[in-house]
Design a protein. Structure first.
Length: 580
């Protein structure tokens, strides 16, 4: 069996190395394409760095294929899985697979329902900023943080095939979102039986927050998918030490890094868990050399290939991110009251009124479940917690602005904790009150409790579907019917992208029908040309922080006559008209 695994691993590595070398020599030598919103071409060094990194990576991978040696060094799974019958109680395999199929089908329905609602600012920016770049240009261009490489490439593919339709722009995120449901089941199986794992898949399927990000054409959906996939491979690799797990880990981690830069924190957290596993083995008096070599290769290859992926755009990315996330408008300090309020608002919108009533008991259950998770599979608990801690540490120490969405990896952690807490607490209660405790009865009560939590969570989805992320089309239709001849639409700051994108579909022309501006001086200049202004604002926090004088001028001379709600925080669109 080991010889066969070694052969497959060598073939996979050799194929990967050959593809990397082929890609290096197929790159165009005369690359000189200017990215959007810039006056200068991509630095000549970018294509050279990309070519050199591909050649280097290809040679390294080919060397690894030739030198591959594998001797099993598995940790004992029993040592990290204390017996708890209710958590290990199983459905039959066929029943569990049927249940998982139904749960995944439910997840698909919830994520394609209302998929054609309006795109919001960041989704539109991804389409507009990179529509004129080739796939290679995307890999060499980082003018804004919304270039989540894998998602941008897939969005370009979809819009190239069927046009810039909302469902096409969001389809890659939807696919990864749906695929995450069976993945969380698979990850949960490393710590619990089929029934609790199915409960985790159900809670993720109906999660407001996961539905939201699965219908958000950015890299967060694929980031969560590949983070969970890599975590599952890491836990199984440490338990069973099979080549297929380590190869799966490297592949999923590289794609995770391509999904979102946050994947670097996942890799770093996993490396800490690997080091802790080595120390655990060493304290037990076992031979640590095979595991040290294995993890050094796995994390080394993952880190090297991930680094090479971003090497051509490293200087651009550092400059953009360092400037962007030091601006107050980009987010909030993690230690601020504003961040806590934003985080709480997101939870209250997503949990549904039914779950809010039981918020404190659910938090207590999750806390207990987290302890159960730590005791049963510390590697899994650490692999999910450490990336969040490392990210939070960098944000706080670096004085950077943050947003609650950065911590999306906490969602599957919370779900696993709730499921484990419910099953463990119900089992303890029945064991205490019943002289003849039944594992089947305990599992049935636990499954019922999970179903009630799922229903309470799903209660928030109808309101989500009724309200677009940002209501650009409704706002445009309102102005089309309400505006008078000669009215000029003035798009203030963040309103620019959305109304340009949707306005062109209605044959609105810039300078004739609308203007876009960002400063008070530009606003004063427009007012000298016409007094019939219809002002549009959205995401006003940025305006308040960056151009407070402009916002004050608008608030003094104009009043909001129509507000279009949004599911994006502060994404409401306001239509302002002059005060009579």
């Amino acid at each position: 069996m080991q010889n066969q695994d070694r052969k497959y691993a060598q073939i996979a590595l050799a194929s990967c190395g050959a593809l990397l070398l082929l890609g290096a020599f197929l790159l165009p030598a005369d690359w000189n394409h200017a990215p959007p919103d810039t006056q200068s071409p991509i630095p000549a060094a970018a294509i050279s760095l990309l070519m050199g990194s591909l050649i280097f990576d290809g040679l390294i991978v080919l060397w690894l294929a030739r030198r591959w040696r594998f001797s099993n060094s598995a940790l004992s799974p029993a040592a990290t899985r204390p017996v708890l019958p209710a958590l290990d109680w199983d459905l039959g395999r066929r029943a569990a697979m049927f249940g998982l199929l139904l749960t995944t089908a439910l997840a698909l329905f919830l994520r394609i329902f209302a998929i054609n609602s309006d795109l919001w600012l960041d989704e539109i920016a991804t389409v507009v900023d990179y529509r004129d770049l080739s796939p290679l240009g995307v890999l060499l261009t980082y003018v804004k943080p919304n270039n989540h490489l894998l998602n941008t490439e897939l969005v370009k593919l979809m819009t190239g095939l069927v046009g810039e339709r909302e469902w096409a722009v969001r389809l890659p995120a939807v696919i990864f979102g749906v695929a995450t449901v069976p993945v969380i089941y698979w990850v949960a199986r490393s710590v619990a039986g089929r029934l609790p794992s199915l409960g985790a898949a159900l809670l993720l399927a109906v999660s407001y927050h996961h539905v939201f990000f699965s219908q958000n054409a950015r890299g967060y959906s694929s980031y969560l998918f590949f983070s969970l996939l890599a975590t599952g491979y890491l836990v199984r690799g440490l338990d069973w030490d099979r080549p297929r797990y380590w190869l799966g880990y490297v592949a999923s981690m590289i794609l995770n890094l391509a999904s979102l830069l946050h994947g670097g924190f996942v890799l770093a957290g996993h490396a800490v868990i690997g080091a802790a596993a080595i120390l655990q083995r060493k304290r037990s008096g076992e031979d640590t050399a095979p595991l040290v070599r294995r993890l050094a290769m796995v994390f080394g290859v993952s880190g090297l290939l991930g680094l090479q992926l971003y090497l051509p755009i490293s200087l651009q990315a550092y400059s953009v991110l360092n400037q962007m996330y030091r601006k107050p408008a980009a987010g909030m300090p993690m230690t601020s009251h504003a961040f806590a309020a934003d985080f709480a608002k997101g939870l209250t919108e997503g949990l549904g009124s039914g779950l809010l009533i039981a918020a404190f008991p659910v938090v207590a259950i999750a806390g207990y479940g987290a302890l159960v998770l730590l005791r049963r599979k510390w590697t899994l608990a650490g692999a999910l917690v450490l990336p969040l801690g490392l990210l939070a540490g960098l944000i706080v120490l670096g004085g950077l602005a943050a947003s609650p969405r950065f911590f999306l990896l906490g969602l599957p952690l919370a779900i696993l904790a709730v499921v484990l807490g419910v099953f463990a607490l119900v089992a303890r209660a029945i064991d205490r009150w019943n002289r003849r405790p039944s594992t089947a009865v305990s599992a049935a009560f636990s499954a019922g409790a999970i179903a009630l939590i799922a229903l309470a969570s799903a209660a928030s989805l109808p309101a989500y579907y009724r309200t677009p992320k940002q209501s650009y089309r409704a706002a445009l239709e309102y102005m089309r019917t309400e505006n008078q001849p000669g009215d000029l639409i003035v798009l203030i700051q963040n309103a620019e992208y959305g109304f340009r994108f949707y306005g062109t579909r209605l044959n609105l022309r810039e300078e004739r029908d609308f203007v876009a501006l960002r400063t008070l001086d530009a606003f004063d200049e427009v007012r000298t040309r016409t007094r019939n202004l219809v002002i549009v604002t959205t995401l006003e926090r940025g305006l308040r922080l960056e151009e407070p004088d402009l916002l004050a001028e608008i608030e003094q001379g104009w009043m909001p006559v129509k507000v279009f709600p949004a599911t994006i925080h502060e994404g409401e669109i306001r239509i302002w008209r002059a005060i009579p």
